[in-house]
Design a protein around this ligand. Sequence first.
Ligand code: ADP
Length: 547
Amino acid sequence: MNGLMMDQPLLISSLLTHAERHHGEQQIVSRRVEGDVHRYTYRDMGQRVRRLANALAARGIEQGERVATLAWNGYRHMELYYAVSGSGAVLHTLNPRLHPDQVVWIADHAEDEILFFDLTFLPLIEAIASRVSTIKAFVVMTDRAHMPASSKVPNLLCYEDLIDDHTPDFEWPVFDEKAASSLCYTSGTTGNPKGALYSHRSTMLHTYAAALPDALNCSAKDVILPVVPMFHVNAWGLPYIACMVGAKLVFPGPWLDGKSLHDLFEAEGVTVSAGVPTVWQGLLAHVESNDLHFSTMRRTIIGGSACPPAMMRAFQERYDVQVLHAWGMTELSPVGTVCTLKPCHQTLSAAERLAIQSKQGRSVFGIDMKIVGEDGAELPHDGKTAGELMVRGAWVISNYFKGEGAGPLVNGWFPTGDVSTIDADGFMQITDRSKDVIKSGGEWIGSIDLENIAMAHPAVEMAACIAARHPKWDERPLLIVVKKSGQELTRDELIKFYDGRIAKWWTPDDVVFVDRIPLGATGKVQKNLLRDAHGDHLMANSGSRFA
Ligand code: ADP
């Protein structure tokens, strides 16, 4: 017997309709590529999104067809999120930090029909326009006054003209909630990038779950500033969450340096922000060196890479900003776990609480997880035993876009490629990417722990730990370190810093000081490049203390 409830499919357009009708006066503020600050309401946005949906239809964009963007976080990008998916087409957010060859490969693979881009990316568009095979039109996300002239890309279209040419009368189509809504490619550090194709249903369920108090904890009282780009896993879902809860949204555009972010936090009363650890380093450095504070920001969501405990301490103890450590993947839309404490942790000391907060957290309802050994057998949740993390849930991919063969799942679970522990309270802690694990004499050493210790040293700006080949132990940990400017630090001082902080045999064998550590298109350390450059360091310097 069926229940007697309305049969409403879960569609992304309903988020916008809700924000327009029930939070119409709420603001969206954007620092624009054009240099000024733009401000309007969800009600204004709704009008423009429907005009844009008419413009897409007039250009012949059909349901299921891919519409690409190369854009910063801003209101026009937000309009595309809703106009494209709401119409039943698929929003494909391209990552402008990728090499032009990769952008061409991904756009061709996705068979994008039309590409919308911010003015900043004209040089990239000029580099790829004649090489992409399916894109029929390029639209500059600006007004007529700022339209560039390009000899390399004829017939550039103007975003504001497209909108002006159409009325806001548009009925959002109703279709199957399993229809594709957006497409995001993994950065492809190994092999070609792979497309995660989200559906309306998966996106809506992810939005409900990610907004919950024990997850990203967003409400109508919040002013949300996503630093994480809208071209990286839908800015972790915040453009959808903001409409669902009716929060004010603040977009930083291309200005992601510490000063620009801090100015915007203060000017707009931002209460919650989100980004990868590397972005927050710049912000903290700016705030520290100028003796500033945060008047309204009280929470920051940090994920994408492990958040060093030293950074957590700085935010929480010095600036009264609570860190929400989160773990996710492109393949998970992306939120999988968030580290919010349970009642049993309230009586712990600050140091004990910090140790738990350093974990990546517990599963958000909708994501089930387990760890398995090399034989596939499930491992205990004792907080010590590490194995490959497997997940399943309604917003986890079942296959990659145009995936061939049997697909990535193993008995219905998605193998994340992350190595982790899970403790008895359900808190998961990543020790490594499986491809970055250090195997010393047959035992695993987790590089993230070693990096966190180095990052706690006051003279260290950034640290990465890699597996370096070793004549006796196969692999040993090697630390690659960028010193803070003006600070002195020797190899021996840093190695000594590990005494008492970690099992002795985990201590890195050596330290290589460098000027910079290479970051990939999503802000993660490119350990493959570091291994290429320094992988033989210990073979040449075989003075290992463990040899
Ligand atoms: P990419 O496109 O680079 O794969 P993703 O955002 O999909 O970008 O990367 C997912 C991976 O990032 C995870 O599998 C994990 O290795 C890493 N990651 C994400 N969040 C965290 C975190 N809080 N701590 C440690 N690693 C993380």
